[in-house]
Structures are given as structure tokens and as C-alpha cells.
Design a protein around this ligand. Structure first.
Ligand code: SF4
Length: 333
């Protein structure tokens, strides 16, 4: 690991000040479960690391009320996954956290850091490969003709097909969450769907965060669909593994099983946490059954681009979504 300058921030103001003073090559440190990994691999090379764990005093809340669910960015994944109100009223959130990583990592990792985790593309994580536009802009993309079985088929470009690897962020996208940010220019709130960027011609720019900006929390609006919600994750093994495909589902059904509202996110298959507005539109106003679930799944993957080792992914993604929808239909709420 390369030498770096370490700063401990006692509060938010100190963290922002330290980041501003450090300049461009600075990263915030919370759980460190992504950052330290990538520093050891020499993929991330911050000159300064600002430790923000002391901010948990003000930014680790888990609160559910009539407005919705409020989550502090310094809350730990395991604490939120086990919170009774989250388990009861937002099972999709609880499951997306509980199915990620390992117990040890969930105890360490913060929510803010979790949504900012980097891709698992093998060429990004191995500096022995020279062609990676995300790590080295303009160098090419080894994955286009290489090992790409686990990479993205939605939202990709000719410059990068890296997948977004997380689960919790897919749930936030599906539920229409917002994210609270604070930076040198003050506070702002943006839709969670706007936090991550598609790769386009600049895959090395992954988010719309401004320099020095810090995630302080997330808000999930209340809705008649949050209780009938689930996260289905399909992977090569049942534990400590990233999604090949996943579906985040939240449904409001009338007494006859007709879909009043559907919220659908997809994981493992897309360049960013993916909300499928197309699948939602295909379901709205229709009885939820095998035929409408299939129609939604086909709408969700209509724009998929699968190359090389990815031929199986659109079909696996469709099957994952159909199964998740039909399972959500039978939930007791
Ligand atoms: Fe790099 Fe993206 Fe290509 Fe992977 S898919 S090698 S991250 S440019």
C-alpha cells in the first residue's frame, strides 16, 4: 500500500474542512471495506484519507415514521438489516442488506460507503491489466472481449461494461429514495437514481457527487407498496457472493390482485443501481399473474446488450424478475 496522509474528523465541519484542504485526491473513510481493499490492490491511491467514523454520533439514525424511513449514512449495514421497523415495514431494504457480503463486513460497512462501492470487474481490480477505461481513462476495455460473465448488460457503453455490484442501492433506487449530501457549497438533496452515472465515454466518473461532498443520509418515502416488498438475489453460491442477477420488488395490489403501483429495481445486470420504469409501466393496472410478470420482465430487458460470456444473462434476469414478482404477490401484508 502506498503512503497516505490520515486525518481524523471529530465532526462534519471538520471533515469538510479537511477534505477541502486536502484537494482533489482525498477520500472519506467509514467502514473501509471497499476503500482499504482497493488501496491494498493499488487501484485507489488517495493522498489523504479523512476518517469520518466520529460523525456516527449525528448520522447513524434509523427512524421510521409516517413520512417514511430515514437512514443515517454512518449506520452500519447489520444494524439497519436487523432493525424491527425496517424488517416489518421495508423488508426489501432489510433483505438487500442481509444478503450482502459477510456478517463481519456488514458489521463494519456503513450505508454511505456501501452505495459507493466500486465494480468487481476483474480488469479494474488488477493493475496488471493495462486496458481499463475506468482505472486509466483512454486505455481501452479488456472486458469487452474478455472475462465478462458477471458484468453489465443494461446501461453499458462501448467504453465500459462494468456492473454496479451492490444490493442495498438497488433497493433504494426501486423505492424512489433520496440522498442527503453536504459539501463545501452547502447541503442538497437529490434523487437516489441521480447519484450514480452511466459510463458513457467517461466510466471513471461514477457519481454526480461534487468535490468534497459527503453523503449524510437517505430518505425512503412511505408508500402503500413498502410492506409487500422483497429482494431476490441469484448468485453462484448462496453466501458471500455478488449477484449475477437480482430483483428488488415493491407492490401495491388491490383486493383482486390488480397492480395499483409497482416499484422494480434490478441488480447484477446494470452499470448503476437500476430502476426499471418500463417494467413498472407494463404491470400497472394489470392483474399480477404469470403473463403480466413475463411482460414486465421482457420490458425490463428489452434494451439489454449481452456480449461474449453474457448470453445467459437476459434470460436469467427475466426469470429472476418473474419469480420475485410472483413471490411478492403471495406475501401476507
Ligand atoms: Fe475497466 Fe469497465 Fe472495461 Fe472493466 S468493463 S475493464 S472496469 S473499462
Amino acid at each position: 500500500m502506498r503512503p497516505f496522509h490520515y486525518e481524523h474528523a471529530a465532526d462534519r465541519a471538520q471533515a469538510l474542512k479537511a477534505a477541502a484542504a486536502a484537494g482533489a485526491n482525498v477520500h472519506y473513510l467509514a467502514g473501509g471495506t471497499t476503500l482499504i481493499d482497493l488501496m491494498k490492490l493499488d487501484v485507489m491511491r488517495p493522498a489523504t484519507v479523512v476518517d469520518i467514523n466520529a460523525l456516527a454520533r449525528d448520522h447513524a439514525e434509523v427512524r421510521a415514521d409516517a413520512e417514511g424511513l430515514k437512514l443515517g449514512a454512518l449506520a452500519r449495514m447489520s444494524d439497519v438489516a436487523e432493525h424491527p421497523a425496517v424488517v416489518r415495514d421495508y423488508p426489501l431494504i432489510a433483505q438487500s442488506l442481509d444478503l450482502a457480503a459477510s456478517p463481519q463486513l456488514r458489521n463494519m460497512a456503513s450505508l454511505g460507503g456501501n452505495v459507493l462501492q466500486r465494480t468487481r470487474c476483474p480488469y479494474f481490480r488488477d493493475t496488471g491489466w493495462s486496458a481499463c477505461n475506468k482505472r486509466q481513462p483512454g486505455s481501452g476495455c479488456a472486458a469487452l472481449t474478455g472475462v465478462n460473465r458477471k458484468l453489465a448488460i443494461l446501461g453499458v457503453s462501448d467504453h465500459c461494461i462494468a456492473n454496479y455490484p451492490g444490493d442495498f442501492a438497488v433497493a433504494l433506487a426501486a423505492l424512489g429514495a433520496t440522498v442527503d449530501l453536504e459539501g463545501p457549497a452547502g447541503r442538497r438533496v437529490i434523487p437516489f437514481e441521480d447519484l450514480h452515472r452511466l459510463p458513457g465515454e467517461t466510466p471513471h466518473i461514477e457519481t454526480n457527487l461534487k468535490p468534497g461532498e459527503l453523503i449524510t443520509g437517505f430518505s425512503v418515502p412511505a408508500g402503500s407498496w413498502t410492506r409487500r416488498s422483497l429482494y431476490l438475489k441469484i448468485r453462484d453460491r448462496q453466501s458471500y457472493e455478488f449477484a449475477l442477477t437480482s430483483a428488488a420488488i415493491a407492490l401495491d395490489l388491490d383486493a383482486g390482485g390488480v397492480v395499483r403501483e409497482a416499484r422494480i429495481g434490478l441488480g447484477g445486470v446494470a452499470a448503476k443501481p437500476w430502476r426499471s420504469h418500463e417494467a413498472e409501466a407494463a404491470l400497472r393496472g394489470r392483474p399480477l399473474d404469470e403473463a403480466s410478470a413475463q411482460a414486465a420482465a421482457h420490458a425490463a430487458f428489452a434494451g439489454a446488450k449481452a456480449g461474449g460470456q453474457q448470453a445467459f444473462k437476459p434470460e436469467l434476469g427475466r426469470r429472476t424478475l418473474v419469480r420475485a414478482l410472483l413471490e411478492a404477490r403471495t406475501m401476507e401484508v
